[in-house]
Design a protein around this ligand. Structure first.
Ligand code: M6R
Length: 624
């Protein structure tokens, strides 16, 4: 969580850093700051408690126009409350060493104690500040506190001080550090937190995520775990923490910078909801036909014999991605393949029960979710192969997995995940279909029908989006409700959970998703007269049961909005309906979630909530 930026070149660093922070604000937004150094070694530090917009106003008042080197940060608090003092960048006692950090320094208390004993004075409650003092201490050991260091020795001295300090850190970090005496070089390092360097002409960019600098360059280098970089305006070198040189080939990113802008929509979330037909198309493109295991196997470099040998599929993920995994479990089970889905954060003992015939499918939009990455490590240690489904090229997850399937949804900026979920679902349907076909569980005709139905989904999504105004009206009717229930059955039960999660995270109201059949075992007691209940009830083999559960809720006073198709509408009696195009029972989760996303969006809009940056949250959760 937290976003870091860095710039070294010929342009005004402050403007570039602030602009980059705006694009990274989805990663955390409780405080932020920048520090720039000019050619005369003067350091300008600007920090605010609050959003990047406030920092921008402060920076506009001047004066750091001369600075061509600098670092920036937008924070999601872990150690120390959101405040100006705790905002990054952090400095050492001499205010010469400037650090921005994403991650958690696990041994910061031990380091802090030692540094305090050495006379260092701390100004914040953060774990990060120890890094600045540690580098200062290393510089002292290299005898550079006096001004007399030869100018050609400044870079090697900074490099060594940084390297030794990094060697003492435990935990996760992406770091960018400037030493005011040496403005020609930024030092950066990565351990378990994302770090990418953008290559310009006579300038370089550092960031947690490419979207920070995409408008300047698409040529990037992803720094590896255990690697550090010495970044100058016209060169850069990479090393291990032990000081051994490493090398990299730049990669060209396909996303363009406008993809990370709102494009006329009021919020990123709404824009991303509207990009879902395209997200599904992009995820499926060129991978679906023929549905026989071979096409997918070739892309993933996964032998079809392995697909045949897989006995259990284990999904691990968090939040919305976990709901995609739950749909995946139902889908694989439908084909007769054993499947499980677990929260990555709860996936501990089960990892010991895996074997080489288990395929672990780790799902993550960002590819940086710490819980998911740690679970993947446990799974691999347990002997399982891991398939990563992610939207983020070059992310940590892609390096940890045996096989990688990118969802190609484009950048998702809104903290509430929408199009990434659709991409994840499409990828899961793709994988399930290929596995079932490879295992002989889908014959050629059924495989063809399955693929064709999937290919129709984007058009159906567009039909639903065309009815946005109706959904907005229904949402407006419930805008002042403080409690919401979402119920469904089987493959749509995870969609009920997802509907409730969307409302919770962007409207801050209480919402619960329940398996419809479970209601009578306890939760039905909470229903009161007028309580909104969203029943996800498309045509299915369990429709009669679902209709019965809706009746039970109505009898206790629930005000029911039913998500139906023209056929199921005849069976489910509700006070309001959202009618979807009819699709096969197996495919309905790809459609039923869309009205729930729009419903959550419009409830939050009516409540005037900060939809793209909900309180207490961050887009990328890189702590456990
Ligand atoms: O990047 P990931 O897909 O791994 O993120 C997992 C969850 O943190 C994420 O889906 C979260 O639940 C979203 N804010 C939900 O909208």
């Amino acid at each position: 969580m937290c976003g870091i930026t860095g710039y070294i070149g010929e342009q005004n660093a402050a403007d570039i850093l602030v602009d980059g922070l705006k694009r990274l604000e989805y990663r955390g937004y409780d405080s932020c700051g920048i520090a720039v150094v000019d050619s005369k070694n003067a350091l300008y530090l600007r920090r605010v408690s609050g959003r990047v917009a406030a920092l921008e106003t402060l920076v506009a008042k001047g004066p750091p126009k001369g600075g061509r080197t600098g670092v920036g940060h937008t924070r999601w608090a872990t150690h120390g409350a959101p405040s100006e003092d705790n905002a990054h960048p952090h400095t050492d006692c001499s205010e010469q060493v400037v650090v921005v950090h994403n991650g958690i320094i696990e041994n910061y208390l031990a380091l802090k104690e030692k540094l305090l004993a050495q006379g260092h004075k701390f100004k914040s409650e953060t774990d990060t500040e120890v890094i600045a003092h540690l580098i200062e201490e290393k510089l002292k050991h290299l005898h550079v506190q006096e001004k007399a260091v030869r100018s050609d020795m400044l870079e090697p001295v900074f490099f060594e001080a940084f390297r030794h300090a990094v060697g003492e850190l435990k935990g996760s970090f992406a770091l960018a550090v400037v030493w005011a005496r040496c403005p020609g070089m930024i030092m950066a390092a990565r351990m378990y937190s994302p770090l990418v360097i953008g290559l310009g002409k006579g300038e370089h960019f550092i960031a947690s995520d490419v979207s920070a600098f995409l408008k300047h360059t698409k040529r990037v280098i992803f720094v590896n775990d255990g690697e550090m970089a010495a970044v100058r305006k016209d060169s850069m070198d990479f090393y291990t923490f032990q000081g051994k040189k490493t090398s990299h080939e730049p990669v060209t990113i396909q996303w363009d910078s406008t993809m990370a802008e709102k494009g006329g929509y009021r919020h990123f979330m709404l824009k991303e909801i509207h990009e879902q037909a395209e997200a599904v198309e992009n995820t499926l493109r060129g991978r679906l036909l023929p549905l026989d295991g071979e096409v997918l196997g070739r892309e993933l470099l996964m032998p079809v014999e392995f697909m045949r040998a897989v006995e259990t599929v284990q999904f691990i993920a968090c939040g919305t991605a976990y709901h995609a995994g739950m749909v995946g479990r139902g889908l694989f089970e439908h084909f007769g393949i054993n499947a499980e889905a677990d929260f990555a954060s709860e996936f501990t003992d089960r990892a010991k029960l895996l074997d080489k015939n288990t395929l672990v499918v780790a799902i993550s939009q960002s590819g940086e979710t710490a819980d998911t990455i740690f679970a993947v490590r446990e799974a691999r240690a347990g002997g399982a192969k891991v398939l990563a489904i992610t939207n983020t090229v070059g992310s940590t997850l892609t390096r940890e997995a045996d096989y990688v399937l990118h969802t190609h949804c484009g950048p998702e900026i809104g903290v509430a995940s929408t199009k990434a979920f659709l991409g994840q679902l499409a990828a899961i349907y793709l994988v399930a279909g290929h596995f079932a076909a490879a295992k002989g569980l889908l014959d050629k005709t059924d495989a063809r029908a399955y693929a064709e139905e999937l290919l129709r989904i984007p058009r159906h999504i567009e039909e639903i989006l065309a009815r946005e105004a109706e959904i907005e009206k229904i949402a407006a009717a419930f805008a002042s409700s403080e409690h919401f229930l979402f119920i469904s059955r089987r493959l749509n039960f995870p969609i009920a959970l997802e509907g409730a999660l969307k409302i919770k995270e962007i409207s801050y109201v209480h919402a619960e998703g329940y398996a419809a059949g479970e209601m009578k075992h306890g939760p039905i007691a909470i229903i009161y007269k007028g309580m909104p209940l969203l029943a996800v009830a498309p045509s299915s083999s369990s429709l009669d049961l679902m209709a019965g559960n809706v009746e039970e809720a109505k009898a206790r006073g629930a005000d029911v909005v039913a998500i139906v198709d023209e056929d199921s509408k005849k069976t489910v009696k509700a006070s309001r309906y959202i009618v979807l195009p009819r699709t096969g029972e197996l495919f309905s989760p790809l459609l039923t979630v869309i009205p729930l996303q729009l419903f959550a969006y419009y409830v939050a809009l009516a409540k005037k909530c900060d939809i793209d940056k909900p309180r207490n949250l961050a887009k990328s959760v890189t702590v456990r």
